[in-house]
Design a binder for this molecule. Structure first.
Ligand code: FAD
Length: 385
């Protein structure tokens, strides 16, 4: 077992840290204030190869591994959860395209997605189907060489700015979960429109909206994967996405720890710096220990993913542990900052708002526990790693 990052991985981390510090950090508070999608930062991330870190160069990727990917998510998450999530979302769509797209679909979309010229989205959730994704009602009816899609999707990340979406629709209601199929629908297709944009608590600048499909005709060739394979594709890609959410949460914890240490070293009460008080030190010690544990779980899940073995259990454990820890420690970072932490002059209140979402999306933390228990009880109690 190797606990050292390779030289390539260290270089990747250094490169992302420079980009994060010099380009993203100075804009993070403004993004949180305006809630505007940072198109220029996004394009720059594409040029640096941060959108397709772990995809082959022939499809526009950087050809690195999944550890490098989570390092990128951690470093971006340390300065802006919104930017980290935007980049991770693109990789979520790339994961589907790479693993399930035809060669023609890969060549058409992946290079542009990797460079930041084409933005995608992932449209599974509906108002009546969140945790229970198999309950979706959006339907795709075969009509000659086309499918006609009808239905509404909700909470779709990047929905307002995406050039295409991967939409999941029922093609055969009699087959239940095995009757759901994925399709690519491009912006501008008649019958496809963007609905209301959500006003979120955090991760502002990363837009989320409804998507509406009203007699939207797409050619059969827009099917992604095989007919009836939709739920398998969605769940497989969510396993991968969960590792990225864990990494983002690690980034938020790192930022909270750094801000807390800095404040504890400088704030004076009762004639001494508050960092001298053991109750403040307890906060710091717990943050540092959970940060290490969450990082290691995230690296383990990423390494397992690259080994080609099943990583469902490890991804859910990393996501659950890291995001619960991030919520706890972003809250404690505010406590260390006292009243100042509750106000916008310090970034810790943003970390706290940004962390909350990590417990909800890519499967809530209640769903992660169901997944972990299911995997363990069917004999996977010992990690595949
Ligand atoms: C900002 C944001 C971005 C998102 N981006 C996307 C996206 O890009 N694409 C997409 O398709 N979706 C997206 N989602 C949707 C997200 O995945 C869902 O919100 C999430 O899966 C939960 O579904 P829900 O909100 O309907 O809650 P519900 O499923 O209604 O859950 C409500 C509560 O019940 C709990 N619960 C549900 N079932 C069980 C159970 N069996 N046992 C115990 N507890 C349970 C949940 O954990 C939760 O606490 C996004 C959501 C948000 C908020």
């Amino acid at each position: 077992m190797e606990f050292q990052l390779s030289e390539e991985q260290k270089l990747m981390r250094q490169m992302v840290r420079s980009f994060a510090e010099e380009v993203v950090k100075p804009r993070a508070a403004e993004m949180d204030e305006t809630d505007e999608f940072p198109m220029d930062i996004f394009k720059e991330a594409g040029k640096l190869g941060l959108l397709a870190v772990n995809y082959p160069e022939e499809y526009g990727g950087s050809g690195a591994d999944s550890i490098s990917t989570v390092l990128a998510s951690m470093e971006l998450g340390r300065v802006s959860a919104a930017v980290s999530n935007i980049c991770a979302s693109i990789r979520h769509h790339l994961f589907i395209m790479y693993n399930y797209g035809t060669e023609e679909q890969k060549r058409k979309y992946m290079p542009g997605m990797s460079s930041g010229e084409i933005i995608g989205s992932f449209a599974l959730t509906e108002s009546g189907a969140g945790s229970d994704a198999t309950g979706i009602k959006t339907e795709a009816r075969l009509d000659g060489d086309h499918y006609i899609i009808n239905g509404n999707k909700t909470f779709i990340t990047l929905g307002p700015v995406a050039d295409f979406t991967i939409v999941f629709a029922v093609t055969d209601p009699s087959k239940k979960a095995k009757g759901i199929t994925a399709f690519i629908v491009e912006k501008g297709t008649p019958g496809f429109s963007v609905g209301k944009k959500e006003k979120k608590m955090g991760q502002k600048g990363n837009p989320v909206s409804d998507l509406i499909f009203s007699d939207c005709r797409v050619p059969k060739s827009n099917m992604l994967g095989a007919e009836g394979e939709g739920i398998k594709i969605a769940l497989h890609s969510l396993d991968s996405g969960r590792i990225e959410v864990a990494a983002l949460a690690v980034g938020l914890m790192q930022a909270s720890l750094e801000a807390s240490v800095d404040y504890a070293e400088n704030r004076v009460q009762f004639g001494q710096k508050i960092g001298n008080f053991q109750l403040i030190q307890a906060f710091i010690a717990q943050m540092a220990a959970d940060l290490d544990a969450a990082s290691l779980l995230t690296y383990r899940a990423a390494a397992l993913k690259d080994s080609g073995k099943k990583f469902t259990r490890e991804a859910s454990i990393a996501k659950w542990f890291a995001t619960e820890a991030a919520m706890k420690h972003t809250t404690n970072a505010i406590q260390i900052h006292g009243g100042y932490g509750y106000c916008k002059d310090y970034p810790v209140e943003r970390y706290f708002r940004d962390a909350k979402l990590t417990q909800i999306y890519e499967g809530t933390n209640q769903i992660q526990q169901i997944v972990i228990a299911r995997e363990v009880m069917k004999g996977g109690w010992q990690s595949n790693y």
